[in-house]
Design a protein around this ligand. Structure first.
Ligand SMILES: [Zn+2]
Length: 141
């Protein structure tokens, strides 16, 4: 029996992990493609509900927010991924109300020197090895 090949990653798939994608052709035939459930799931837009196996992390990015506005944006973009912020980007109370992915530094990053910001980035990288860190840039820098 021929082994199936995933049309996204080109690795072979064993039968029970395979998802068939059937595309009707003009002549009445069908082009069948096969994929790993996770490979397809990783490419389906997050707003489309699927029952596919949970997907590997799509975008390995950690965010560093400096201002309140930056934090709001970062939390939206991170979609549950790690977000870090300075102490004055969010009040103690709001921080306690937020669950999960936000970490708050004990010091302010606002108006800080580039060493302060790069020190914060280094700390984030220590906690999330291999992740890219996206840091907010304050106005006027
Ligand atoms: Zn695959």
């Amino acid at each position: 029996m021929n082994s199936l090949v995933c049309c996204f990653c080109t690795q072979s798939i064993s039968g029970d992990a395979a998802v068939e994608i059937a595309a009707p052709l003009e002549d009445g035939g069908v082009q069948a493609l096969w994929a790993h459930g996770a490979c397809l799931g990783a490419r389906v837009h997050p707003s489309i509900p699927t029952l596919l196996p949970s997907t590997p992390e799509r975008s390995p990015v950690a965010f560093l927010a400096i201002t309140e506005q930056g934090l709001a944006t970062a939390l939206r973009l991170a979609e549950g991924g790690p977000v870090w912020c300075g102490v004055d980007a969010i009040s103690e109370r709001s921080f306690e109300d937020l669950s999960g992915n936000l970490t708050r530094f004990s010091y302010s990053l606002r108006g800080g020197s580039s060493e302060v910001v790069s020190g914060a980035v280094a700390t984030i990288q220590e906690h999330h090895p291999g992740m890219q860190v996206w840091a907010e840039c304050e106005d006027g820098l």
